[in-house]
Unconditional design. Structure first.
Length: 874
């Protein structure tokens, strides 16, 4: 069962559906403590490496869990999106990340570096008995703590039920091999083929502690006549034989008694191997322990189901020939049969094999002679401690049959208890906790993979930033508590919302925000009729002092706007004295700039901009001055050159774009609606990123000025793009307002992993990398000829490329009548690329170089003349 997502684009499309809930309920459903919201957001923001890193730290066997975890009963059952349409496919996305990771590793391009934990306590090793998910999870956690670990198991290969029992169609062996290989790379030693009968024998060999995770390999009896006959086999026996040889001895008619996961696995396996498989369950379908999805998959495999039946006797003398059942009726809410149906006639089924799958138990052998409780399980507390202080236990042998992910969680808990047993030497290595927007902590565990190595520190206008990510002057920086939270989260700096002199009127209108929505995606553009801050300079002075006192390593930038020379210079002097690291002058508020013409922006007048920049620079004694420009000007380079000539140290490019955000077609009042009226908004968000890229590139190419980029970035990819065209660092606004301050985790990790991947050592190497490739239209090479190429293996035959080319291109793509496959006519195709843009499958359409021998020949004309020319040739 491979991931249903054939490309990153499809996985990202599902991730985009995630609401990113505050204190996400899905997180509470994971027995291993994984935060689905966090890893799904990494997929959403294009950081698969980070998603794999987070998942591996939370659940060492996250890939296996992605195949077998009953997510419908855990995280998915709590998904808020189910209230809108359907829950997020958390398990499918997890499986996609695991397969992406395994696929790259198989191709020799392993995307992550496994940590190399130093063995600090080699003289006090720990023995783990049982190489199933609980034992291996505990071993991994202990190895990451620096403990030498040896795993013992009587089986030939490690994995327990993951390898030996779970059917191949539910869990590929390649994933088991891959994840156990990662475990071995941590230095865990696997001693297979050795059965441990008593923990004391390991104590005698020098092991300081023992973790018992031997699982449940015995089956409960039915307690009916003839259960001893040949042909009655345990579900584990059938599943092991099927997994090992593919040909278990079962005959052509198999009856499975039970309604849990193991029963369904046995029945589906028998059906897939050619037998007629029937599941007999004592209650109704709705009461089955197995999930509804598993039942549906069983039906799809051809499994038959009999409900409200209990076994009465197995039929046969020397071998099983069938089974007699009794139909029963249940009283609602009770767990015992009350009476037979009125007809009372027993039902007999012919069978070659009977598989009692009514529960697994821990045998005395599995308990290694340790004490059992009333339920027959090995007696241990929630942390895995037993009556013997140096012996710990966990997984199914303690809790009873459970899921892989629950066993993983139990193993990790036991590792913590073992750490406590050894004393304070390991208390400094407790699992990390990742703060969420809700302030709650999601267990992350120890990192299995190294973090990015690239240096993210940058310098802008002589000021050092810990990373390139800064909060822009906007609502997120108009509150002291919000800026504090951002600095604690990891933001390198913040531009406090633009302030002015005391007494300056700031009259706000509400509601002030509106959204550009595209194909159901909200806040593609954010319209805002906000003005500068209502907090005047006296308040901002105190905030600057407080922030620099509390966060001396963070960059605090004061944004200012004045009406007169005195105002501008007073603001600079006061905020510099308060401790600001930099001054940003707002010449670009979409609603107008103080001292300029009503509703106009200072940045639209090069001469006036230069004059004010000179005033500010004259007043600043030690800190750099940055001028924030507007893209709404005929020649932004002219304004940038003017303020640079006046002494400005750098440029902020650029501000929001004045826009009319939309019309209410019922009232014809534009948005936002304020008392029946509206006005133009300053639009930010992803919709304006292309304009920002062009603005930064033009200023960088033609002035060489230091630039801080803002306007549209949401992800680390956006930040890389802005830096590639010349920005030294990047300011974020709308992304934080939409997704929260903790997106800094995705920005830092995503950019760091990208830099490692492309072989760059620092973020500063990004600056201006794209500029040499940007030229005027008349400088573009005309010799290169490209044509559309369609990968028919990826093509889904939707015909979008045909429609686009027919009605908006050059009518060069047709569709085959028999197979509906698109066909490109190279003589008509000019290589415009529209087909590639509209194709819904990533990588399906590409533009290939097909250089022609004679310049200009073979290039089709466009329009009516071209059509007439084609007719004449006919």
């Amino acid at each position: 069962m491979e991931s249903q997502y054939r490309s990153e684009a499809l996985a990202r499309a599902e991730a985009l559906r995630c609401l990113g809930c505050h204190d996400a309920p899905c997180r509470c459903g994971c027995p291993a403590g994984v935060d689905p919201r966090a890893f799904i957001r990494k997929i959403r923001f294009g950081n698969l490496t980070g998603a794999a890193r987070l998942l591996r730290a939370g659940n060492f066997f996250y890939g296996i869990s992605g195949y077998v975890c009953p997510s419908g009963r855990t995280c998915v059952s709590r998904c808020t999106s189910d209230k809108l349409d359907r829950p997020i496919d958390i398990q499918g996305l997890q499986r996609y990340v695991a397969e992406w990771e395994r696929g790259l590793a198989a191709a020799g391009h392993f995307p992550l570096r496994v940590v190399k934990p130093a063995v600090r306590w080699a003289k006090r090793p720990v023995a783990v008995v049982g190489a199933g998910p609980a034992g291996l999870s505990c071993a991994a956690e202990l190895a990451l703590r620096g403990r030498r670990v040896v795993v013992f198991d009587a089986a030939v290969k490690p994995g327990g039920m993951m390898r030996r029992v779970i059917p191949w169609f539910r869990l590929p062996a390649e994933m088991v091999d891959f994840e156990i290989g990662i475990l071995e790379s941590l230095g865990v030693e696997l001693r297979m083929g050795r059965e441990v009968k008593d923990p004391h024998e390991l104590r005698a060999e020098g092991f300081a502690a023992v973790f018992v995770a031997t699982g449940t390999w015995a089956t409960r009896k039915l307690g009916i006549p003839n259960e001893h006959l040949p042909g009655v086999i345990s579900p584990l026996e059938l599943l092991e034989a099927a997994r090992a040889t593919g040909t278990p001895a079962m005959g052509s008619r198999v009856v499975v008694i039970g309604g849990g996961d193991v029963a369904l696995d046995a029945a589906r396996t028998a059906a897939r191997l050619g037998a007629r498989a029937t599941v007999v369950y004592r209650r109704a379908r709705s009461a089955m322990p197995a999930s509804g999805q598993e039942v549906e998959e069983g039906l799809a495999d051809g499994v038959e189901f009999l409900f409200n039946c209990v076994p009465d006797a197995i039929l046969g003398t020397d071998h099983v020939t069938g089974i007699r059942l009794r139909r029963v009726k249940w009283e609602s809410g009770e767990r015992t049969a009350l009476k037979f149906e009125a007809r009372g006639a027993p039902l007999e089924l012919e069978a070659d094999t009977i598989v009692p799958a009514v529960g697994l138990v821990a045998s005395e052998r599995a308990r290694l002679g340790l004490g059992g409780n009333a339920g027959g399980w090995l007696d241990a507390d929630g942390a895995g401690k037993t009556a013997m202080p140096w012996v710990f236990a966990g997984g199914d042998v303690v809790s009873g049959p459970g899921t892989v992910v629950a066993a993983v969680g139990a193993g990790r808990k036991a590792a913590g208890a073992i750490g406590e047993f050894f004393g304070g030497s390991e208390t400094d290595a407790e699992p990390t906790t990742t703060a969420t927007a809700a302030g709650a902590g999601a267990i992350r565990g120890r990192e299995v993979y190294e973090g990015p190595r690239a240096e993210l520190g940058v310098t802008f206008c002589g000021v050092k930033f810990a990373n390139p990510f800064v909060l822009a002057a906007a609502p997120p920086t108009d509150d002291l508590g919000m800026v504090r939270d951002a600095f604690r989260a990891g933001w390198a700096g913040a531009v406090l919302k633009t302030t002015s002199m005391e007494g300056t009127p700031v009259s706000l209108a509400y509601p002030m925000m509106s959204s550009l929505e595209v194909d159901g995606r909200r806040v593609v553009g954010l319209g805002n009729i906000d003005l500068i801050s209502e907090h005047h300079v006296d308040v901002v002075e105190e905030r600057v002092e407080s922030l620099k006192r509390e966060f001396p390593d963070r960059v605090v930038i004061a944004s200012i706007m004045g009406a007169t020379k005195h105002d501008w210079q007073s603001l600079v002097r006061r905020l510099e004295a308060a401790g600001a690291d930099m001054i940003e002058c707002s010449f670009s508020c979409p609603q107008g700039t103080l001292g300029s013409k009503p509703g106009a922006m200072l940045g639209q007048d090069a001469e006036a901009s230069a004059k004010v920049a000179g005033w500010v620079k004259e007043a600043a004694r030690r800190i750099p001055v940055v001028i924030k420009l507007t893209p709404m000007v005929a020649d932004i380079v002219e304004v940038a050159q003017a303020v640079r000539k006046a002494g400005a140290d750098g440029i902020c490019a650029s501000n929001t774009v004045p826009s009319l955000m939309g019309i209410d077609l019922a009232t014809f009042i534009p948005y936002p609606q304020v008392g029946g009226k509206s006005t133009y908004s300053g639009m930010s968000g992803p919709a304006i990123k292309p304009l920002t890229l062009r603005t930064i590139a033009e200023i960088a190419r033609r002035t060489g000025a230091p630039i801080t980029g803002t306007g549209g970035p949401v992800t680390w990819r956006d930040a890389v793009e802005l830096m590639a065209v010349g920005a030294r660092n990047v300011q974020f606004c709308t992304a934080v307002m939409h997704h929260g301050i903790d997106i800094i985790d995705e920005l830092v990790e995503g950019m760091g992993d990208y830099l490692d991947r492309v072989g760059m050592r620092s973020a500063t190497e990004l600056v201006g990398r794209s500029l040499p490739h940007i030229v005027g239209h008349d400088e573009l090479p005309r010799g290169a000829k490209v044509r559309s190429r369609i990968d028919l293996d990826l093509c889904i035959r939707c015909g979008d490329c045909v429609i686009a080319c027919r009605d908006g291109g050059h009518r060069a793509i047709g569709m085959g009548e028999a197979d509906r496959a698109p066909v490109v006519d190279d003589k008509a195709c000019v290589g415009c690329g529209l087909c590639r843009l509209v194709c819904p499958v990533a990588g399906c359409v590409s533009m290939r170089d097909v250089r022609e021998g004679t310049k200009g020949k073979g290039i089709p004309r466009r329009g009516a003349k071209a059509q007439r020319g084609a007719k004449k040739k006919k």
